[in-house]
Ligand binder design. Sequence first.
Ligand code: AMP
Ligand code: GLY
Length: 423
Amino acid sequence: MKVLVVGSGGREHALCWKISQSDKVEKIFCAPGNGGTSEVAENVTLDIMDNDELADFAEENEIDLTIVGPEAPLVNGIVDEFEERGLKIFGPGKKTAKLEGSKVFSKSILKKYNVPTGKAEIFDDPHAAIEFIKGQDWVRVIKADGLAAGKGVYVCNTEEEAIDAVKEIMVDKKFGGSGNNILVEEKLTGEEASFLVFTDGKTIIPMVSTQDHKPVYDNDKGPNTGGMGAYGPAPVVTDRLHKDIMEKVMKPVINGMREEGTPYKGVLYGGIMVTDEGPKVLEFNCRFGDPECQPIVMLFKGDLVPVLESCIDGTLDKQDVEFHDGASCCIVLASGGYPIEYNKGKKIRGIIKADSFKDVKVFHSGTKSENNEIFTDGGRVLGVTSRGESIKEAIEKAYEVVDLIDFEEMQYRKDIGAKALDR
Ligand code: AMP
Ligand code: GLY
């Protein structure tokens, strides 16, 4: 079969790499892809926000399965367009992807189905929001309703910071229309985990739990990024907690979406805060996480393609999903200055040697290939992803390989997985 993967990050390289091992797959296209996806797929220059262009390509090239990596095309209705044309596509439709696309909608579903989450109020007027915040010391998180490339969440320490966040989002319109509505939310404390499941709308199969590292510097210092590294399984998700997340979060939300008449198909990613009172939902994503997808794919046993197809066909109950024992760790190598300002076009050295290491794969994100050389082309550049018998072994292996890679102004966190080792 022919497969089209939409996106250009480490997640999409990991997906292309995994499905290239499937006996069912003869050809992969990646739109637009990166310097790594071209190892296993043909990169095609398509506008991932143009549903017609993508569906036309799928029709013309007789694509049997399209897999969507990032949230923006999902929220933009790519799945609806493909389904209308009878094309097979993995991911939730526009109405369901609102679980990520609108934080107001997402919170309303959480409240309606009694899913544990932080207290919150919704505002469409900055003055009313600011009046409300004054004197409410639980309100320290301000969220733009719509997509904001991961930058629309302000976790504040003081009332003043919270008020400034409201002004940036609603008055300065930093995220345009995505900030017409906001959530003012309770600040939760605890350790975070990423809990991803496959679902066809009825059956729910959890993936190995993971933990992301959002802040750019060691010890969770500095501004938030798309994620500087991830590992799995995450020991913070104990067996007890795993059961709680399935029973109190995943089942009510996925059953709830079915009751709403918009069944959820694809990957549902719960961003969970493990608090003293149990798991609470911080947010939902309607797709694989990046970098979380990299350790997940590394640990996934067997062929991913039938699992994805069964999420579309409603036959997930017939699938056995298994993960390898042991652990996986992904360390993101980023351009200096990311996530604020950074240079591109730096030559990357050492990838071939790094990639020849057993049980390690170097996934590309912001890279491009020119005359058989690889150059940086984005903020997050590579995800060095290892597999080991223990989390300790996986972390050590990944850092050993990181030492072989070099580009000018390269930065990375030295403490990926440290929280797992502390437990
Ligand atoms: P994003 O993935 O960009 O939406 O980032 C959300 C991040 O903001 C989460 O991973 C948390 O670190 C943080 N966050 C979101 N909501 C809360 C909350 N209610 N309390 C504390 N931190 C939060
Ligand atoms: N790593 C966080 C995300 O994919 O949203």
